[in-house]
Design a protein around this ligand. Structure first.
Ligand code: RTP
Ligand code: MG
Length: 139
């Protein structure tokens, strides 16, 4: 069964959307394996978004992710990586369809409520980054 990393971003936590977001994946039939609420360090935020290091918005992205608590989660289910990305919706609010999390709940490109891994490689890398001692947890 496939695993992915999903994270309620600081705006989603501040707006009280944790339950709404978790419900969407629970209702879909996916399994929540791990969950941790934390305020990310600059180090983990930079590592998480390493692929965007050279982008002009990288500084703002890291500042935003470290601005308050997030909910880091490991979810499991059939084809969850691709399906969760569909459920999340497009990055640009002009493209995020109604019915998706961002289409329904987010209005800007920078504060878009949720992160989801975009490939099997990203999922493995991000789960290892955010849940350091994999072996010590029960899943
Ligand atoms: P995420 O990684 O957070 O799940 O978002 P994503 O895959 O939909 O988008 P990605 O391309 O990975 O970009 C990461 C975050 O950077 C911000 N962004 N700003 N100003 C811009 O052109 C721009 N492009 C991306 C967004 O907040 C996006 O979620
Ligand atoms: Mg991304």
């Amino acid at each position: 069964m496939e695993k992915t990393f999903l994270m309620v971003k600081p705006d989603g936590v501040a707006r009280g959307l944790i339950g709404e977001i978790i419900s969407r994946f629970e209702n879909k039939g996916y399994t929540l394996n791990r969950l941790e609420m934390l305020t990310p360090s600059v180090e983990i935020a930079e590592a998480h978004y390493a692929e965007h290091k050279e982008k002009p918005f990288f500084g703002e992205l890291v500042d935003f992710l470290t601005s308050g608590p997030v909910v880091a989660m490991e979810w499991e289910g059939e084809n969850i990586i691709a399906v969760s990305r569909m459920m999340i919706g497009k990055t640009n609010p002009l493209d995020a369809q109604p019915g998706t999390i961002r289409g329904d709940l987010a209005a800007t490109m920078s504060q878009n409520v949720i992160h989801g891994s975009d490939s099997a490689e990203s999922a493995e890398r991000e789960l290892a980054l955010w849940f350091v001692s994999e072996a010590s947890h029960v899943s």
